[in-house]
Ligand binder design. Structure first.
Ligand SMILES: Nc1ncnc2c1ncn2[C@@H]1O[C@H](COP(=O)(O)OP(=O)(O)OP(=O)(O)O)[C@@H](O)[C@H]1O
Ligand SMILES: [Mg+2]
Length: 489
């Protein structure tokens, strides 16, 4: 009765006839506004019941927007996109049927990635995630392609808190392994306002040396490799104890014993870049500071022949006690217009704490005794490695490198000679160099080495004889002088 009354009432209203016409003719925009204002929210609440899947797009970025992102503390989206692509390439592309191949930065291999439109599934903690490579929308100007992740709503927390960080981390690792490594050298005329491009120049680093080809005591070699491994895997440890993630190595020994070769082996072992600092081209502490700031993580910073680099050696030790040295430090560092030992120490200790990423610093020297103890104390240079003259075990490595031989009848003679003679690996390497690898050539190389060792033995004998003669002479002269003094008394 009441319903009939209402209908009657509406029929008398003009809107009863006009409203459907208005609705039919209403512009789509009006309907859309009505939908957005009144219907969208309730429908969205219904959506998870109908479609429980969530998607996240990681978009290809613009290489010019780095300042924007860095200034807001966010990673460039292109970085994240590249990392996701790298991750997918390594982790999931085996399951995909349509792939894209790009030449790898090193070697003759290819890096595979998903072709646009391809989908792959990835398992993480027993949960399946779906990835697809989405092509940019051709209709939209400036649209970019993206990697789209789809997962069930109930795994949202797992994806945001654990899966995506895992993807980025693994992607960074793959990108790092695929990159070309670099050997940087500092340019001249660095100022504090120079950009990183003006501070460092680089070439690709393709040194073939590995720990396997490095000739030295096998136990010592293993110890160094273990130490590097521990360092590489100790991110959490360094964070827990509140120290910068860095480690210092001092390599010392006579010329040609493999100090520079060891640095190349370290870089190859860790897959790090090398920053080679030539201190003599710098004039102030600020220049040095700038150089350090512009290094990246996962790198080895090298200062070769530190004993020859400016006046950074034993001055402080000679000047007086510890107190005097500290006073000198303060004075030196206060003077930014000079390059000083205290400036260098300060950068090694302090500056890195502010840097993220692991760094290794290596000093090399031929004269360890002449260095200021402050420069090489434990904590600054954590490990002191002596690169010594060649011993028989290390010779076997060189024989393998140069002649591809594990043993030879002449090895016994060589072993005996090596026990008596000091010879640098570089000199032995010279003897073993041969253009053709026939047995006859190998024999000739070993003969050459034996000749060289015998010659050195004679030289050593001569030197020792001379020393004995001089000592005898000195002793005689001393006794004579004492006797004369006694007689006079
Ligand atoms: N321990 C070693 N193992 C393998 N090769 C070596 C070794 N030491 C030297 N060599 C060979 O000798 C060459 C010179 O060695 P390297 O430059 O590493 O010596 P260094 O100790 O850095 O000398 P310097 O003190 O003069 O800088 C290397 O290119 C390498 O071929
Ligand atoms: Mg060297």
């Amino acid at each position: 009765m009441m319903g009939g009354g209402l209908l009657e009432h509406l029929r008398t209203s003009v809107w009863f006839y006009v409203a459907p016409v208005v609705a039919a003719c209403a512009p789509i925009g009006v309907l859309r506004t009505y939908f957005n204002q009144h219907l969208r929210r309730p429908l969205r609440r219904l959506l998870p019941f109908l479609d429980p899947f969530v998607t996240i797009d990681i978009t290809a970025g613009d290489s010019d927007d780095s300042y924007y992102y860095e200034s807001r503390g966010r990673a460039k989206s292109s970085d994240a996109y590249a990392e996701v692509l790298a991750y997918l390439s390594a982790a999931c592309s085996r399951g995909a049927r349509e792939l894209r191949a790009e030449g790898a930065a090193e070697g003759h291999g290819f890096v595979l990635s998903l072709r646009q439109g391809q989908e792959v599934a990835d398992e993480f903690q027993g949960v399946t995630m779906w990835w697809s490579a989405v092509a940019p929308d051709q209709q939209q100007q400036g649209a970019r392609g993206c990697c789209r992740l789809t997962f069930h709503e109930r795994h949202r927390k797992l994806v945001v808190d654990e899966y995506l960080p895992h993807v980025r981390c693994a992607g960074q690792e793959v990108t790092f392994l695929n990159r070309r490594r670099r050997l940087y050298s500092n340019k001249e005329g660095v100022s504090y306002y120079s950009s990183s491009r003006e501070v460092w120049s680089y070439i690709d680093f393709n040194h073939p040396t590995t720990f396997q080809t490095l000739a030295m005591d096998p136990a010592k070699k293993q110890m160094i490799m273990d130490d590097l491994n521990d360092f590489r895997n100790s991110k959490d440890y360094y964070r827990r104890i509140g120290k910068a993630w860095k480690r210092g190595y001092l390599l010392y020994g006579p010329p040609g014993t493999g100090k520079s070769t060891m640095i190349a082996a370290m870089a190859n072992y860790l897959n790090y870049d090398i920053y080679d600092i030539e201190l003599t081209t710098l004039s102030t502490n600020s220049d040095l500071r700038k150089l350090f700031i512009e290094t990246t993580g996962k790198s080895i910073i090298v200062i070769e022949d530190i004993d020859c680099s400016l006046d950074l050696t034993g001055n402080r030790a000679r000047k007086g006690g510890r107190r005097q040295a500290q006073a000198d430090d303060a004075h030196d560092y206060a003077d930014p217009n000079r390059l000083t030992l205290s400036g260098l120490l300060n950068f090694i200790d302090g500056l890195w704490s502010a840097h993220s990423g692991e760094r290794i610093i290596v000093f090399t020297t031929n004269y360890v005794g002449e260095l200021d103890p402050a420069l090489i104390r434990r904590g600054r240079m954590d490990m002191h490695i002596e690169m010594s003259y060649l011993k028989f075990e290390a010779l076997k490595t060189l024989a393998m490198n140069y002649l591809q031989m594990e043993t030879h009848p002449l090895f016994d003679t060589i072993k005996e000679l090596l026990d008596e003679v000091e010879i640098a690996p570089a000199d032995v390497a010279e003897c073993l160099m041969v253009s053709r690898r026939t047995d006859r050539d190998a024999q000739a190389c070993l003969d050459r080495l034996i000749g060289e060792l015998k010659m050195k033995k004679e030289e050593t004998k001569d030197i020792n004889n001379k020393k004995v003669r001089t000592n005898k002479h000195r002793k005689k002269a001393k006794t004579k002088a004492n006797a004369k003094r006694k007689a006079e008394a």
